[in-house]
Design a protein around this ligand. Structure first.
Ligand code: GLU
Length: 453
């Protein structure tokens, strides 16, 4: 029987959940789900000075918002806990004893060093291919503050500090062994650490897991992304008007493809399709514009109920009365124009406004044209005579008004839009007029005429 897949996401709680980290979590989650395995969340908080509870909360909240639920870990428990490294010291002590018994470690100025063997370790990486290193030959360097340069250093790896704290490489390997992790999927920044990890596996007499290092995600100009870059922090996506599945979809595309032209995926589809052989070997470049596009595509495919529940907080914040029976229809118009939930109020607010707020530039475009008073008068009369206030009849009403003054229908649409909606932008005119109702439409046309013409 094949071994059950167990993946893990192992964040260090020293900051926010960054898009690169979230992508790593997603790939681990997808891989585990695709193979019917388990996804473990392990908190790598051995660095007591830099780890904070606030950071952990931000990371957990981010994963929850994305819907990447973990099968074992904080708040969930599991058979391989505790899942915070700070609570696993006795396990690390026991593993250190194993290394001591095998003669693999020695003391050096209060620290414990792991003796790296003089041999080549080869990482068979599922994404990056084979990477071979002889740690001893490669040597090590450290920064000498007096000489102000890197100087040769002992290649044997410190696994325990003089203050008693264990070092990342050691606890990371111990936990992957103890937690039965079968696939280590993580950022390429850890590829160069992996030969050290292989040396530790060998010394402990344990077969290493499968490694898959995901190429980095960079800024469009090829620089490293920082938390100040747009789109870098997961907790900002929600406020910015993204829906979680769109962010998952975009993160999946940042380094993976399904080997065809499909770009829009539900989480369910990603789960079905995701395999490590679809992960790109080169670095990806974060593209906020594309991320917004993906979100817009997801908005289009939400059910009316889903759209309403996602949009409601944004409508409320913009003062749009969500109990108004026209909201559902307005949302249908909005999703044709908006990519982000946060853009929706701007598209439809005018429908619910008691007073139109006129965009000066749009108004100027209308009043600077000849014959506008005649057009507005014809429009007002035309609208007044529509009996069945539905899109088709409203449209004929505008067409008839145009014919009446020997103008093209198009010449009436633009002033009608500015007069009734306040701006050249926004949702489609005629459906908006239907939602406004006849009385309100006529009132708006009259108000505009009185004010500007
Ligand atoms: N705590 C490490 C990090 O956040 C995890 C490394 C790993 O996944 O093995 O980079």
């Amino acid at each position: 029987m094949a071994m059950k897949v167990r993946t893990r996401f192992a964040p260090s709680p020293t900051g926010f959940l960054h898009i690169g980290g979230a992508r790593t979590a997603l790939y681990n989650w997808l891989y585990a789900r695709h193979h019917g395995g388990s996804f473990v969340l392990r908190v790598e908080d051995t660095d007591a000075e830099r780890s904070t509870a606030e950071s952990m909360e931000v990371i957990l909240d981010g994963l929850r918002w994305l819907g990447l639920e973990w099968d074992e870990g904080p708040g969930v428990g599991g058979d391989f806990g505790p899942y915070n490294q700070s609570e696993r010291v006795s396990i690390y002590d026991a593993y250190l004893e194993k290394l001591e018994a095998g003669g693999h470690v020695y003391e050096d100025e209060g620290a414990v060093r792991f003796r790296v063997p003089d041999k080549t370790f080869t990482v068979q990486d599922q994404i990056c291919g084979e990477v071979s290193t002889n740690l001893k030959e490669q040597g090590s360097t450290r920064y000498d503050a007096d000489a102000k340069k890197e100087v040769p250093a002992n290649p044997d790896i410190v696994i325990k500090r003089p203050n008693g704290g264990y070092i990342f490489h050691f606890v990371n390997v111990v936990d992957d062994i103890e937690m039965g992790i079968t696939h280590v999927i993580r950022g390429e920044d850890h590829l160069s650490n992996t030969p050290k990890h292989l040396a530790l596996y060998e010394a402990l007499g344990v077969a290493p897991p499968v490694f898959a290092h995901i190429p980095l995600n960079l800024n469009p100009n090829g620089t490293k992304m920082s938390k100040r870059d747009q789109g870098a922090l997961i907790h900002e996506y929600q406020n910015d008007g993204f829906i979680a599945d769109a962010v998952n979809n975009y993160m999946a595309l940042l380094g993976w493809s399904g080997k065809d032209d499909q770009e829009i995926f539900t989480l369910e589809q990603l789960k079905e399709r995701f395999e490590l052989d679809g992960v790109n070997k080169s670095n990806s470049k974060f593209d906020y514009v594309k991320c917004c596009w993906v979100n817009g595509e997801h908005l289009k495919s939400l059910s009316p109920e889903e759209l309403s529940s996602h949009a409601t907080p944004f409508l409320k914040a913009a003062g749009i009365p969500v109990e108004d029976p026209r909201v559902a229809a307005a949302l249908e118009l909005a999703r044709e124009r908006a990519q982000l939930l946060s853009e929706i109020p701007g598209v439809i607010a005018t429908i619910f406004a008691t007073e139109v707020s006129y965009d000066a530039e749009s108004v100027e475009k209308v009043v600077s044209r000849e014959g506008m008073k005649e057009i507005l008068t014809a429009l007002t009369e035309g609208m007044n005579s529509v009996e069945n206030w539905k899109e088709a009849d409203i449209k004929s009403g505008i067409a008839d008004a145009a014919t009446g003054i020997g103008a093209k229908m198009g010449a009436l649409m633009f002033p009608c839009r500015v007069a009734s909606m306040g701006s050249t932008s926004g949702a489609d005119l005629v459906p908006v007029l239907e939602l406004l109702g006849k009385e309100e439409t006529v009132k708006r046309l009259e108000t505009f005429t009185a004010k500007y013409l």
